[in-house]
Design a protein around this ligand. Structure first.
Ligand code: AKG
Length: 276
């Protein structure tokens, strides 16, 4: 995640940049474009187009224009936000992160209560976060593991990408497409209401679905390895989401869903019913 020079072609001109720093492209005719780069070399943030160093005939520097270089659209038509930020870690880096997470995390089956029975899922999980941030869902309470260096570094990267702070993370390991997560909302009262949930994906690409509770509209996206998806605003009040099982997927996938939990004096309750 350190800065590295990335040469490339700009729109008809020279283009160079630093992964975490600025991007500068000479577009010809003295025009320039300045942006901010992200992990996989995708430019995000603001750009400026103007003529650097050249003054107009009146001797004044010309106006610059600013805007989003590659705006990320909301996937949902109403009632909340879901943004697929695309790939934010380059493939080689994403593979290395997957291998480390697979090796370093103390994965355990998820224990959930369904229809009065206690079920141990084949999908494995880890709950990590600041001390004291217990998470109760599906009738079971989990106390957080301390942050590992890697997950903390990923949290920093997600916070930089989104501009939002997170205090906890639910990690999921799906061994193959026979494991998924059925329709649910992340709307437990232990989560700060309407706060952003940011999901990083590594390993196999998997489809991800949203379903509106009233209109029954369905929206789908694909979570590619090294990609970031954010859910924000009223989404958890109006939309369910699911990671469907798939016979076509034979490789494992790891997701990290960074969350903002209420601090321990907040009220805890459970309403979620994930399936392994
Ligand atoms: O693994 C995923 O991407 C989905 C996880 C999820 O839906 C959740 O943790 O609420």
């Amino acid at each position: 995640m350190a800065g590295e020079e990335v040469p490339g072609d700009g729109a008809g001109g020279r283009f160079q940049g630093n992964r975490l720093g600025s991007v500068f492209a000479e577009l010809g005719g003295g025009a320039s474009l300045v942006g901010v780069r992200s992990g996989a070399g995708r430019a995000i943030g603001q750009f400026q187009v103007g003529t650097v160093g050249n003054r107009g005939i009146d001797g004044k520097l010309p106006e610059t224009m600013t805007g989003d270089l590659f705006p990320i659209a909301n996937l949902l038509p109403r009632d909340g936000e879901a943004m697929n930020h695309g790939v934010v870690f380059a493939p080689e880096e994403a593979e290395g992160i997957f291998a480390r997470l697979h090796r370093e995390i103390p994965w355990r089956p998820d224990i959930i209560r369904m229809f009065g029975k206690i079920i141990s899922t084949s999908r494995e999980v880890a709950w990590m976060g600041d001390a004291g941030l217990d998470y109760t869902y599906s009738g079971e309470t989990k106390s957080p593991l301390p942050w590992t260096d890697l997950v903390l570094a990923l949290k920093d990267e997600v916070e930089r990408e989104t501009g939002e702070p997170f205090n906890s993370c639910l990690l999921n390991l799906y061994h193959d497409g026979s494991e998924g997560m059925s329709w649910h909302r992340d709307n437990e009262s232990s989560i700060v209401a309407d706060s952003m949930i940011a999901c990083l994906s590594f390993g196999a690409a998997r489809p991800f679905h949203f379903k509106h509770l009233k209109t029954r509209e369905r929206i789908s996206t694909v979570l590619e390895p090294g990609s970031l998806l954010t859910m924000n605003g009223e989404i958890q009040r109006h939309w369910q989401h699911a990671l469907p099982k798939s016979k076509r997927v034979s490789a494992p996938r790891i997701s990290l869903t960074f969350r903002k939990m209420k601090t321990p004096d907040g009220h805890l309750a459970s309403e979620r019913m994930p399936l392994g």
